[in-house]
Every structure is written in C-alpha cells, then in structure tokens.
Design a protein around this ligand. Structure first.
Ligand SMILES: N[C@@H](CCC(=O)N[C@@H](CS)C(=O)NCC(=O)O)C(=O)O
Length: 234
C-alpha cells in the first residue's frame, strides 16, 4: 500500500497562512514529483510535535516510520525514493549544481529578504509565537524589529543588487533549471513566496525578469503557489 506522506508546515495565526521559504521548497518538490501530501499546520513553539525528527525546525516530512528534516535532505530523499516521478535534479551534475543554488538561496538570498520582510512577520504570527519569534530574531540580527523596519529602504536596494545573477540568468532562460522548473527553482522561489505571503511590498520592479519568473512559478504545478493564502489578506 502506498504510504501517505505528512509534512509539518509553518503556519501563521490563520492556519492556512503557510509562509516558510524552506517548507515551500518541499511543497513544490512534492508537487513536482506528483506526490500527494497531507500538511500539518505547525507553529514555531510547537517543538514537541516534531521532536521525533530530532530537531526543532520545519519542514519535517513523515514517510512511514521515517521523520525527515532539512529541506535539501528531503529533496534528495524524494529524488532517490521516488524515481518514478519527474526528476528534481536531471542528472548527477544537476544535483550538485542545484545544491549550490540551494546553498546560495539559504546563505545569501534568505538573509537579504529577511531584512525586508521580518518587520511584517509578527502581524502574521499566532499569539503563542510572538515572544519566541521576536526574542530569537532580534538576537540573531543583533537589532530590534523597529531598527530593522527603519532600514527597509536600503535593505530593498541591497536585495535588488543581490539578485543580479538571478536576473541576468533569467534573461537567457525561463527557469533557473533551464527550460522547465526543477529543484533549483524551488530552492530560490521559496524565498520569494515567503515574502509574497508576508508583505504586499514588491521585492523587485514589475519589469524585472525576476518578477516574470516569479509569475511563472506561481502558475507552475497547477497554480499551487498562487493559491496560497496571503497573511495580509487573511
Ligand atoms: N536548513 C533548514 C532550515 C529550516 C528552518 O530554518 N526552518 C524555519 C522555518 S523557515 C524554522 O522551522 N524555524 C524554527 C525556529 O526558528 O524555531 C532547511 O532547509 O530545512
């Protein structure tokens, strides 16, 4: 019998507001593979619910007896255990290159976007997560949310500079992975979806090739990402 996959997915005050960039990577990878998943709304402070994964962050994917975490490791698991679905990486070289793209998104893009969107996150959060989120993030940034909010304009300009390689790439091809979306796109797009769900602020100009690619990704997989509930509309 085919096992039902379950995924713990970060949620806001409204349980349909799913705003984690790392969880979006996994949601899109599952859709790419054609694998149905039952998502479980999870809040930052519900560490007990995912304790069996041995750590405290999402995405966590439950496949039978296995509790998997780390979005990259989950992608590799899906690729290796579900070869019947379309490939996430294309080939061994593609897997290695997608890993670099994934790392760039995590190490460079996420912090750049965080400086723009973090001040809007508390408005989306469940009451029980408010204090935890502020304490942990202000400690990580070394600055108050109020200070970060005051630096938003230069942060936006810096972000637009940071996405230069993405912008230039998308002038030559419709997707990061080439002619069709694959995991390299999921890894990067998750961050744009995070921002889109949290804030109405445009991360890039409307005529930026990155904006056109975001639009294509919103339509991919039957419009899965476009259907997502926006925090500020909830
Ligand atoms: N490297 C991990 C990062 C996971 C991660 O940071 N998840 C965030 C949500 S986007 C989280 O669960 N944070 C919980 C916390 O900060 O307590 C991955 O790619 O899965």
């Amino acid at each position: 019998m085919k096992q039902t996959l379950r995924m713990f997915d970060l949620a806001g005050a409204h349980e349909d507001v799913r705003f984690s960039p790392n969880c979006w990577r996994t949601r899109l990878a599952l859709a790419h593979k054609g694998l149905p998943v039952q998502t479980v709304a999870w809040r930052f402070t519900e560490k007990d619910a995912i304790a069996r994964s041995g750590q405290g962050k999402v995405p966590v994917l439950v496949a039978g007896e296995q509790w998997l975490h780390e979005s990259w490791d989950i992608a590799e698991y899906l690729e290796d255990h579900h070869p019947e679905g379309p490939s996430l990486f294309g080939c061994a070289n593609g897997r290695a290159t997608a890993r670099f793209v994934n790392q760039w998104a995590s190490d460079v893009l996420h912090p750049a976007i965080a400086r723009v969107v973090v001040p809007d996150i508390p408005a989306a959060l469940h009451a029980k997560d408010q204090e935890y989120f502020r304490t942990t993030r202000e400690a990580a940034f070394g600055r108050s949310f109020e200070t970060i909010a005051g630096e938003r304009e230069p942060a936006l300009a810096a972000l637009r500079q940071t996405v230069t390689p993405l912008r230039n790439l998308l002038q030559h091809q419709p997707y990061v992975a080439g002619a069709a979306p694959a995991y390299a796109d999921h890894a990067v797009f998750g961050a744009f979806q995070w921002a889109r769900i949290i804030t109405p602020l445009a991360l890039v100009a409307p005529d930026d090739p990155v904006a056109a690619w975001v639009d294509r990704m919103l339509d991919a997989y039957g419009g899965l990402a476009r259907r997502a509930r926006l925090a500020y509309a909830a």
